[in-house]
Design a protein around this ligand. Structure first.
Ligand SMILES: Nc1ncnc2c1ncn2[C@@H]1O[C@H](COP(=O)(O)OP(=O)(O)O)[C@@H](O)[C@H]1O
Ligand SMILES: [Mg+2]
Length: 308
């Protein structure tokens, strides 16, 4: 039975699509049949694998609307063991079109069920919102992989995601686990990054992946060439880090870490939400702050101090 991993975080630009594409490609390169499902109307995972816009193509929209089977939507890719179910921008309409539909949260789960035998991994790339599309992905998934940018305010908003996961577990998908939290665009060299990492380690424990993904230009360039990084520049740090992450995730399954419970309820408290909201405004990096060197001088909040 394949494992379905939703790559989710309602924040935009944290590396969900980059992670979904490159993790799926790395699984495929490890010779396991892998399916990437683009669940985002922005269709970045689709274009990132080299598929141009085509309104006629069967997509995840048709799956959600019950207009086509997952089998009919499968596309082969340049990698032998990687398949794609593409998205199209009309997917944004599914949010509205499904409002009154029966079992509207179960559409994706039911659509991909027949493919679970065939793929060892099914990776779902979610949109940057906790909308019906993400809900469908979280109901379809065995576990969530949460990419987070290695920044000072990384935890901001995470309690909302954990709260959503908890509610989905309670009502719609009791089996939903947390596959892991992965730090993206991570700069090992700054004190700030190390502080963020140790803060996240305190919070997520073994759920924090030991593999981190560095900021790497090849990862940003590869999608415009329609390729995963491991085909665009296999020796880049970016490609290597996702290969390592894929190995770690495979190993975590074998060792049981992936299945270990993470008691979301314990972690979701007013405190977290308030801590995020109370971030001093000047502490949020502006473009100027992001400039080389400036980032290290950012004030660190008292929340961070306690555990760093
Ligand atoms: N590790 C990385 N190094 C460099 N650029 C990255 C990295 N991860 C993501 N990016 C770039 O950051 C932007 C946002 O990433 P993306 O994966 O699209 O995020 P999301 O899907 O969460 O919105 C994209 O332009 C992407 O190419
Ligand atoms: Mg994306």
């Amino acid at each position: 039975m394949g494992r379905v991993i939703a790559v989710a975080n309602q924040k935009g630009g944290v590396g969900k699509t980059t992670t979904a594409i490159n993790l799926a490609a790395s699984f495929a390169a490890a010779e396991v049949n892998t399916l990437l499902v683009d669940c985002d109307p922005q269709s970045n995972a689709t274009s990132g694998l080299g598929f141009v816009k085509d309104p006629e193509r069967v997509s995840s929209y048709h799956l959600l609307m019950g207009a086509a089977s997952a089998e009919e939507a499968l596309l082969t890719t340049e990698l032998d063991q990687l398949w794609l179910i593409p998205a199209h921008k009309n997917l944004i309409g599914a949010n509205l079109e499904l409002v009154d539909a029966d079992a509207r949260e179960f559409r994706l789960r039911e659509a991909i069920a027949p493919l679970r035998e065939r793929f060892q991994f099914i990776v779902l790339d979610c949109p940057p919102a906790l909308d019906l599309l993400t809900l469908n992905a979280l109901v379809a998934a065995d576990a969530v992989l949460i990419p987070m940018q290695g920044e000072y305010f990384a935890l901001e908003g995470v309690s909302e995601l954990l709260d959503t996961i908890e509610r989905i577990r309670a009502i719609l998908n009791p089996e939903l686990g947390i596959e892991g939290v992965v730090l993206t665009m991570f700069d090992e060299r700054t004190n700030l990054s190390q502080q963020v990492k140790s803060e996240l380690k305190n919070y997520f424990g073994e759920k924090l992946c030991s593999t981190t993904v560095p900021r790497n230009i090849r990862l940003a360039e590869a999608p415009s060439h329609g390729k995963p990084a491991l085909m665009y520049d296999p020796r880049s740090k970016g490609a290597e880090s996702y290969i390592k992450l894929a190995k770690e995730i495979i190993e975590r399954q074998v060792s049981g870490v992936a299945q270990a419970p993470f008691e979301v309820a314990e972690h979701v408290g007013q405190e977290d939400a308030q801590a995020a909201e109370q971030l001093p405004v000047e502490a949020v990096p502006t473009e100027e702050h992001r400039a080389e060197g400036a980032v290290e001088e950012l004030p660190v909040s008292s929340e961070m101090d306690k555990s760093a």
